[in-house]
Design a protein around this ligand. Sequence first.
Ligand code: GCU
Length: 619
Amino acid sequence: MKNFWKNDELRLQCKKVLALSTLAFTVAIATMAQEVPQVTNVMNRETLSLNGDWHYIVDVQEEGYYDYRMNPMRWGFFSNAKPQRPEDLIEYDFDAAPTMRVPGDWNTQDERLFFYEGTVWLQRYFEAPNPLPRGGGRALLYFGAVNYDCHVYVNGKKAGHHVGGFTPFNFDVTDLLHEGKNFVIVKVDNKRSASAVPTQIFDWWNYGGITRDVMLLSLPATYIEDYSLQLNALPGADGKNSVIDFTMKLNRPAAGESVTVTFPELKIRRTFTTDENGRIQEKLSTKKSKLELWSPAHPRRYQVLLECGGETLSDSIGFRTIETRGKQILLNGEPVFLKGICLHEEKPNGGGRANSAEDARTLLTWAKELGCNFVRLAHYPHNEYMVRVAERMGLMVWSEIPCYWTIDWKNDATYQNAQRQLTDMIARDRNRANVIIWSIANETPHSPERDAFLGRLARYARTLDSTRLISMAMEVTGASNYVNRLQDNMHELVDVVSFNQYVGWYRDVNDAPKMRWEIPYNKPVIISEFGGGAKYGLHGAKNQRWTEEFQENLYRENLAMLDKIDGLAGTTPWILKDFRSPRRVLTGIQDYYNMKGLVSDKGERKKAWYVLHEWYEKK
Ligand code: GCU
């Protein structure tokens, strides 16, 4: 060995070989698989569902990823290794491991994992799509969401890494697939951290796992990656000659690609060709066709067909305008009062993360029955079914990224994470007419760093979508005993000033009649949260905390107080349904549930439900 290190020539040769092999390895991996920009409208593309039973291994010390010196291993659980000889040592076996449903959180599928925060590996086999995308076709592995940090492997090779628990992502795995039986393995880690988004404390359950749909997309070599169809301006009285802004981008900068857009009912059929960046930016006119606008009362949508590169992509598009004028929010040019409610993304009956169209129909029907025309999907982007079902039902949507409470404002990686989640939220839902507000934060403490972070996010959101309103849930500062003043530097960056207040819960309900609210901004105001807890079926005097009567009285007093707020354009009381939270530990009452729901976790209506319902009926 000593002679080796003395031989400069030999040592130099070895260094060259090592460098070349590292480069080759890197290039090989880079060309084999990579994350590609989110492909939108996946539900209407050619897909192979990978939902179903996946084997899982709970890996508390990440034995399947690091060696005993904490170095990432090249032969971890992701290789799905099997003993080749009787004496071989393989200390894991997915085939022998239990299974859980995907999509689905692990907390509600294995009682040992109810509180678990850490790594779980999930694995399944699948038959490659027939025929495999060849001739330049692409196969993308799509996840609706994985909470929170995941590494994805196909047939033992790395497909990619994603951080963020509530937005979709996809990896190009074309070169990792082979005919017949393949396998996918996902390392999911839902540990919280100070630099994450959300940060390490939040008032909802930290459901871990592959919490939304998994699909394999088969796409042509050149495909429509993203597009937008928005009404340019209010149509004339006859609804004719309306202008629709159409933008679209391909997955690659291919010039001269032909794209045909058809709205059969509007007698629109236009063909365009892409520019050198693979993009189109055009205007469509409805000409003689009368365009019916989308609204809660008339959630009208039009089928559109987009043809490109052998793929025909369909969608249903609603057209409407949303804007503000002074303290009013105008939908299709008319003032609208947002009769809302907040929701978490949680199934009823303790079922964990909501993730299906059926879940969406249940929760959103409850909101409609309450008299709502608006839902605040708190505090993170909900699954795509929630937004699409709400659009069909005529429910406007406030959609939000989880910049919640004490985010690590000084950390650029944290900002990049928040910006990525904002980008993916907007990309996925930019064509949903019912989404009217993008929210960038909830109850964040004031500081120059927070203002810089959120100001940058707000400006960035407008570069992605100038057609919707920007807001965030602020906090009021108690100017004096009964005067609450909204003072937030972010008022300049938002279109709607929204704030949470908890008179009656975090302060005496008897103060409500004396409260004055000073909101010195000529913008619409939304009370984005108010409410209080009650255990369904617990009754007593109205000053008895946790009784239905307490919550009922709190709602009566708050609604009377809201009626006095100048420029109130809407409210989203906290919250539709009782939901799980690790912060709510009062035995016999909360038992790890936040009880501020107007309905119990089973959908049982509390007395306060009727107070709000009556108030909305009169609005
Ligand atoms: C806050 C917060 C919610 C929380 C609620 C509560 O306003 O935004 O996420 O659940 O208060 O205290 O119940």
